[in-house]
Write a protein that binds this ligand. Structure first.
Ligand code: ADP
Length: 284
């Protein structure tokens, strides 16, 4: 009787174990496939500018008796070299946010400073396109102090600046001239501790529902040619997603095609992070 009872208890346990193992294997295969895709993508993305540089340098040598052509080719070489530098820099940034624990040197970070830095980073492109950047939102809850003053998030300063900088950069890049980019910050009350929401709103081209599911993937771009033309690498939103997740936050997108998009970064408020161990790394 007892043996039967035991085996009856063990049998379902056994099949659950087998199921777990199978699931584990499937997950391992998936991770391996993602890694292989990533390496293939990186190789392809590197090959494009390197190939162009090699062709252009040949063209320069062939045109040595035509100074005008040499200048033209050299200009294009510079563009390709910049593209290559951007890509390598973003790859380094991505690997940093994936591998470093951002909370090792976490500190309270002023939201108004993050916002100012992000705006600064896109100021040049924005002014070329006559795009207005406006800061709004509530601060201390009493509506004073315009925008993000008085709010602090908890985290790694450099990573948070990179994340917000990317969102503002995209808003400017994917918007037509003479539109407005708004950045608003506010505190939201949540059961696990108060959080800060930073929303970046543009009046740009928008993103279809189908694409909204994929834009946070590494190298995914709705329009690769348009992305490349603005110096995009397809890695920006993957970096933002990682930073948000590893800080115990989240990034979400709301968009209407042809009208604009809002990207919202939600992060734990400094001071309301009661138990730091609750904030764990994102999907690595
Ligand atoms: P990229 O370097 O191409 O900008 P990202 O990872 O930052 O790469 O973004 C991925 C893609 O998501 C972009 O190529 C673009 O198609 C789309 N996208 C991102 N932000 C916006 C936005 N604010 N408006 C419209 N499309 C956007």
């Amino acid at each position: 009787g007892e043996a039967l009872a035991v085996s009856a208890r063990v049998a379902p346990l056994g099949s659950r174990l087998v199921l777990l193992l199978v699931e584990d294997l499937t997950e391992a295969r998936r991770i391996e496939a993602v890694r292989r895709d990533f390496v293939a993508n990186v190789s392809h993305e590197l090959k494009t500018p390197v190939g162009a540089l090699s062709l252009l340098s040949e063209a320069v040598m062939d045109a040595s008796d035509d100074p005008e052509a040499v200048t033209r080719f050299a200009g294009r070489m510079q563009i390709e070299a910049t593209r290559l530098t951007n890509l390598v820099q973003e790859l380094i940034d991505l690997s940093r946010v994936q591998n470093d624990d951002p909370l090792e040197d976490a500190e309270p970070v002023r939201v108004d400073e993050l916002v100012a830095e992000a705006i600064d980073r896109s100021r040049h492109t924005a002014s070329t396109k006559q795009i207005t950047m406006a800061v709004g939102g509530t601060s201390r809850g009493d509506g004073t102090g315009g925008g993000a003053v008085g709010l602090h998030v908890w985290g790694n300063r450099g990573q948070l600046a990179a994340a917000l900088g990317n969102l503002v950069e995209n808003a400017v890049n994917y918007s037509p001239a003479r539109t407005r980019v708004g950045i608003a910050a506010r505190r939201v009350t949540a059961p696990g501790g108060d959080q800060i929401e930073i929303a970046v709103t543009d009046q740009g081209i928008g993103i279809s529902e189908k694409d909204r599911e994929r834009i946070f993937e590494r190298f995914y771009r709705v329009d690769p040619a348009r992305s490349r033309a603005t110096g995009g690498t397809g890695l920006g939103l993957a970096i933002v997603k990682h930073v948000a997740a590893s800080h115990g936050g989240e990034v979400t997108v709301w968009s209407t095609e042809g009208q604009g998009s809002t990207f919202t970064l939600r992060l734990p408020e400094a001071g309301s992070v009661r138990d730091r161990t609750q904030v764990r790394g994102g999907d690595r």
